[in-house]
Design a protein around this ligand. Structure first.
Ligand SMILES: Cc1cc2nc3c(=O)[nH]c(=O)nc-3n(C[C@H](O)[C@H](O)[C@H](O)COP(=O)(O)OP(=O)(O)OC[C@H]3O[C@@H](n4cnc5c(N)ncnc54)[C@H](O)[C@@H]3O)c2cc1C
Length: 372
């Protein structure tokens, strides 16, 4: 056996798993098709440390987000990863949205997020004088993190623990064998290479369903649909009018949590992401200038200072959704596939938001699924 544990995908989740697992096990390999880490979803997101407010009680999304947030703040402090515990407002801009935010507060309380407070107009004016709202939830534990530095830190941790990282190599085949799995790589020098691994952890993000199919697990419920989220930048100097994250009330089935205001570590501010299921699973990161009107109208409800020309197209990310359009919210799928006949094969599929926040909690959860 060449490897004990092979992790496919060096996004923030695969890297966190590699960092945690390489502390305990030898011969851990992390593989990615790109020349470096985080070239897909992990560098195209809002970089928010979510509090765990919205997710259904008892779901992995809820449990791992609440636990992950705590672990992430501690990790950032210990490892000098830049972060800001800036807090967040969820704003009700009309009377009929007030019961919705009260409901959100209850859901969050049941999920173990007990620090949310509902604040009135005068307190909103103290915290965010440029934001217009009748009432708001204030979430003090929400924050932002420099996701690139976080990934770099997980990478360094993995190497320091003796783990091996192989970039520029795409996994193109996985075969179940007596003692584990035989993995085929297509290398950066355009040759095929085969090795064996006792455990395989599929953390391949947008193509994790395809990687799962390579070993023989074909399941319609695990089919990923690409769901794009676009952002517009708030041009300076108006970015200085906002200090913390500001969200509208979410759409009913959490396909996204509304076009929100995200503050960045460097003081920049962007609006987004919206939610658009792509017709085919194509990597389409274009920002559509025609959406500027919709972003403007949506954010103007709570940002009265906003003018149309304050916005400019910024960037897009793609969510790996297993939730079909209009369906109820789906949980993270994280499972060792022994029931399907593949002991030692651990699937992570549909790791959309709050995957960044949950990365260390997901890593600990996955570590417990490993038996060697
Ligand atoms: C618009 C948007 C906003 C978001 N905002 C937030 C937020 O504010 N807070 C939060 O907590 N989460 C957020 N998320 C979710 C978060 O970004 C993801 O959950 C997280 O980045 C997923 O990381 P990952 O490692 O699973 O996947 P990825 O980052 O996609 O990494 C998967 C890796 O696998 C590699 N790979 C795939 N197939 C193969 C193969 N065959 N061989 C080798 N390598 C392979 C890819 O190259 C890639 O590097 C957001 C997501 C989006 C799209």
């Amino acid at each position: 056996m060449d490897a004990q544990i092979t992790i496919i995908g060096a996004g923030v989740v695969g890297l966190a798993i590699a960092e945690r697992v390489s502390k305990e096990f030898n011969d851990v390999f992390l593989i990615d098709k790109y020349p470096t880490f985080g070239q897909e979803t992990s560098s195209r997101n809002s970089e928010v440390i979510h509090a765990g407010i919205y997710y259904p009680k008892g779901s992995l999304k809820s449990l791992l987000c609440v636990e992950g947030k705590r672990l992430l703040y501690d990790y950032c402090k210990e490892n000098d990863v830049p972060y800001k515990n800036c807090g967040k407002l969820i704003v009700a801009t009309s009377e009929d949205e007030i019961p919705i935010i009260e409901g959100i507060q209850k859901t969050a309380f049941n999920n173990g997020v007990e620090d949310l407070v509902i604040i009135d107009k005068s307190r909103i004016a103290e915290l965010e004088p440029s934001v217009l709202a009748l009432k708001a939830i204030f979430s003090p534990s929400t924050g932002i993190v420099d996701s690139h530095s976080l990934m770099k830190s997980y990478e360094t941790g993995t190497i320091n623990n003796g783990g091996h990282i192989v970039y520029g190599s795409e996994v193109t085949g996985i075969k179940k064998i007596e003692s584990g799995f035989e993995i085929t790589l297509f290398d950066s020098d355009k040759s095929n290479y085969m090795f064996t691994s006792k455990i395989v952890i599929n953390s391949a993000g947008l193509t994790s369903d395809k990687v799962s199919e390579m070993v023989g697990i074909v399941d319609d419920k695990l089919k990923i649909m690409f769901c794009k989220g676009e952002y517009f930048r708030l041009r300076p100097p108006k970015n200085h009018l906002i200090n913390r994250l500001v969200y509208p009330v979410p759409v009913h089935n959490l396909e996204g949590i509304g076009i929100h205001v995200t503050v960045e570590m460097n003081g920049g501010v962007k609006l987004g992401p919206d939610v658009t299921y792509l017709q085919s699973n194509k990597y389409d990161y274009k920002v559509s200038p025609f959406k500027q009107e919709a972003f403007f109208k949506s954010a103007r409800k709570f940002l009265p200072f906003l003018e149309y020309d304050d916005l400019s197209p910024e960037m897009a990310g793609i969510r790996p959704k297993i939730q079909k359009p209009g369906d109820p919210v789906m949980d993270f799928y994280i499972k060792e596939e022994k029931e399907r006949g593949y002991p030692g094969f651990i699937n992570l599929i549909g790791i959309e938001s709050p995957g960044l926040t949950s990365s260390l909690a997901i890593a600990n959860y996955v570590k417990k699924l490993i038996s060697i």
